[in-house]
Ligand binder design. Sequence first.
Ligand code: AMP
Length: 284
Amino acid sequence: MKVCSTIDQAREACRKARRAGARIGLVPTMGALHDGHLSLVRAAKSQSNFVVASIFVNPLQFAPTEDFSKYPRTFERDRDLLEHEGVDLIFAPSVAEMYSKDAVTYVNVEGLSELLDGKSRPGHFRGVTTVVAKLFDILDPDAAFFGQKDAAQVAIIRRMVLDLNMPVEIVACPIVREPDGLAMSSRNAYLDADQRQQALVLHRSLAEVQKRFDQGERCAARLIEAGKEVLQREPSVRLDYLEIVNLDTLEPVESAAQGGLVAVAAYAGTTRLIDNVVLKLNRP
Ligand code: AMP
């Protein structure tokens, strides 16, 4: 496994793989890896023959008030995990390598970037799309693997790839959960034991919405209300949003249908957690 910290080295390593006929799969991450990330690596391994994982805590997607400086950084452990999975190349640039001090160019997917997390985290998705566009340009992958955990991110990146005619297949992979249902996240490391228990309410609220949907409820407002009632039973968890939206446009729907995205964001202590479920039609 090769580890590159410069753009030139990483670009050259991918060019060489491509010249040798490889299909390149990219897994972009911010490190502090867990099984959710590794599931993307495994999907990339099964669908490509040269797998690149990037590790970059991207300052552009954090607001000044957010956790950029305290975000967990565990490079040695991440490197060992990725090596064990059979990754071919790690691209782990510094901030200075990725952004020159006078950079003024951004990629912004208008509209979609202001919905869901974009509402409470202005500029977040612009930071994401800018860094992902740069990674695509540097590494030129055939396919890139993202977690459905960040469902809005997937929709926004799909839109970017369509609008800018980027020759990259976007593969969305299922949410990996802890045995008790909590969606895996690098930010779970911030939770103390009480908050870790309280955080389970996100998953419970989504399960309630799916259950009411199974029972025949289609009115989005009533489904959302049912989910919020569950969240209110855990008053120490502060809701940011619970919405039912179209999976591609992220626009709220009035009537829920199979394939609709139920997305929730809430704070346990100061830790912002997100989770979601795509509504399924379960036959009774
Ligand atoms: P991050 O390091 O948080 O930027 O995440 C890197 C990639 O891993 C993103 O595509 C995330 O959606 C994905 N990811 C994070 N957590 C999970 C999870 N629990 N299940 C599946 N994918 C995940």
